[in-house]
Design a protein around this ligand. Structure first.
Ligand code: PMP
Length: 423
C-alpha cells in the first residue's frame, strides 16, 4: 500500500524542486474540515488549501452543481461560444462587490492572473504604466506579480530583477513600527523621489495582507489612499484573492474598510476548490480594454463557474457570513487567552475568520523558528496549520467556515497544547 514517505520520494524524483511541500503528507480524500492521508490518518484542516476552502472540502452544494454541469458541458472557451453560468457568476459578483455604481466582471483561472489583468485594465484606463505596491505584499508567482510582491525570498530568488515601473511603499504595521502616517508618507515620497502621479496607473494592496502576516489595513490608511487616488486619477485595486469569499466576515473585506476600490480581484474560495478567479470593478474602468484584450482559454470554465454558483448558494442558505464572524470570535478569544498565558505570542489579530498569531523571541525579535515547530507538533497531534509573515514568524488559521464547532474546539485545543509544550 502507498505511504507518505514513498510518495514524497517519488515527488522528489519527478517534481521540480521549486514546488515546495509544507507538510510531508499525501492526501487521499477529504470532507469539510477533515482530510485523510494515504496511510489512513485523519487530520483537522486549519489550512483550507491556503484560503480556498471557506465552504470546506467538497461542499455538497458545490459537488452537486459541478456534477450537474459535468453532464452538460465542460468547455467551450468563453471567447468562442458563451454559456450561462459565466454570465450568472459575473452578475452575482457585480452585486456582491463593493462599489455603488454599475460594475462589470471578467473571469480567469488563478489569482495571479486576476492581479495581472487588474493592472492591465488600470493601465488601459489611465494610459499610464506605473504601479505602487507595498512591502510584504503577495500577489502571485507570475513575472508581473513577482514585481508587485514585497518579499524577495523565496518567490523571486535566483530569478533576477522583475519587470519595471513598480514602486514600493510601506504597509502600516504598528507592531513593526510603521504607523498609518508613515505608510501614507511613503506613498507621497514615491511622488517626490520616483515618479509623477500622472505616471502612476494603480495602487494595489490587500485589505488584509495574507502571506505577509495577516496585517489589517487601518480605515484611515484606506481613506488616505482613496484620497490620493481621487486626487491624481489613480486606480485603486483591492486584491481580495485571500480575503474574499467571506473569510473576513463580509463577502469582501473592503465592505469593512470605509472606501470603495475601483477594481477588486478574487479567486481561491470563490469556487470552493475549483480553479476560478476574476476582477470586478466600475463599469467604465472595466470597459477600457477592447474585445480580445481580456480572456484566456480556461478562464471562467463552465465547471469552475458551476462550483462558484454552488458556493454562492451555500453562503446564502447556510448563513456563512454570520458563521465567519462567529468562528472568528471563537478563534480570537481562544488565541488571546493563550497569548496572556504565553508572552512569546506577541500579537493576535485579524478580521472575521482570518486570524493569526505572531511569535517573538524572549528578546523581542521576530521568531522565525517557532511556526515551523508548531506546524510539526500540531500535525503530529492531527491538526494541519500554515505559517506566513515577512519574517515567517506568524501562524495563521484559514479553517473552513463550515467546520463543526466540536472540531474547531479540538483544533484550538491542539494549538494550546503545542504552544504550551514549545513556549
Ligand atoms: N493575491 C493574494 C492576496 C494571494 O493571497 C494569492 C495566493 N496566495 C495570490 C494573489 C495568487 O493567487 P494564485 O496562487 O491563485 O495565483
Amino acid at each position: 500500500s502507498k505511504t507518505n514517505a514513498a510518495l514524497i520520494e517519488r515527488k522528489n524524483q519527478a517534481v521540480a524542486a521549486g514546488v515546495g511541500l509544507v507538510h510531508p503528507v499525501f492526501l487521499d480524500s477529504a470532507e469539510n474540515a477533515t482530510v485523510k492521508d494515504v496511510e489512513g490518518r485523519e487530520y483537522i484542516d486549519f489550512a483550507g488549501g491556503i484560503a480556498v476552502l471557506n465552504t470546506g472540502h467538497l461542499h455538497p452544494k458545490v459537488k452537486a452543481a459541478v456534477a450537474e454541469q459535468l453532464e452538460k458541458l465542460s468547455h467551450t472557451c468563453f471567447m468562442v461560444m458563451g454559456y450561462e453560468p459565466y454570465v450568472e457568476v459575473c452578475e452575482k459578483i457585480n452585486d456582491l462587490a463593493v462599489g455603488s455604481g454599475p460594475k462589470k466582471t471578467a473571469l480567469f483561472t488563478s489569482g495571479a492572473e486576476a492581479v495581472e489583468n487588474a493592472v492591465k485594465v488600470a493601465r488601459a484606463h489611465t494610459g499610464r504604466t506605473g504601479v505602487i505596491a507595498f512591502g510584504a505584499a503577495y500577489h502571485g508567482r507570475t513575472l508581473a506579480t513577482l514585481a508587485l510582491n514585497g518579499k524577495v525570498a523565496p518567490y523571486a530568488s535566483g530569478m533576477g530583477l522583475m519587470p519595471g515601473d513598480v514602486f514600493r511603499a510601506l504597509y502600516p504595521c504598528e507592531l513593526h513600527g510603521v504607523t498609518t502616517e508613515d505608510a501614507l508618507a511613503s506613498v507621497e515620497r514615491i511622488f517626490k523621489f520616483d515618479a509623477e502621479p500622472k505616471d502612476i496607473a494603480a495602487i494595489i494592496l490587500e485589505p488584509v495582507q495574507g502571506e505577509g502576516g495577516f496585517y489589517v489595513a487601518p480605515k484611515e490608511f484606506m481613506a488616505g489612499l482613496r484620497k490620493l487616488c481621487d486626487q491624481y486619477g489613480i486606480v485603486l485595486i483591492a486584491d481580495e484573492v485571500q480575503t474574499g469569499a467571506g473569510r473576513t466576515g463580509t463577502f469582501f473585506a473592503m465592505e469593512q474598510m470605509g472606501v470603495e476600490p475601483d477594481i477588486t480581484t478574487f479567486a481561491k474560495s470563490i469556487a470552493g476548490g475549483f480553479p476560478l478567479s476574476g476582477i470586478v470593478g466600475k463599469a467604465e474602468v472595466m470597459d477600457s480594454i477592447a474585445p480580445g484584450g481580456l480572456g484566456g482559454t480556461y478562464g471562467g470554465s463552465p465547471i469552475a463557474c458551476a462550483a462558484a454558483l454552488g458556493v454562492f448558494q451555500a453562503f446564502e442558505e447556510e448563513k456563512l457570513l454570520e458563521r465567519s464572524r462567529k468562528v472568528g470570535e471563537t478563534i480570537t478569544s481562544e488565541l488571546k487567552a493563550l497569548a496572556k498565558d504565553y508572552p512569546v505570542i506577541a500579537d493576535v489579530r485579524g478580521l472575521g475568520a482570518m486570524i493569526a498569531m505572531e511569535f517573538f523571541t524572549k528578546e523581542g525579535k521576530p521568531d522565525s523558528e517557532m511556526p515551523g515547530k508548531i506546524l510539526t507538533k500540531a500535525r503530529e497531534k492531527g491538526l494541519i496549520l500554515l505559517s506566513c509573515g515577512l519574517y515567517g514568524n506568524v501562524v495563521r488559521i484559514l479553517v473552513p467556515l463550515t467546520v463543526p464547532d466540536e472540531q474547531l474546539q479540538k483544533g484550538l485545543k491542539i494549538i494550546r497544547e503545542c504552544v504550551s509544550e514549545l513556549a
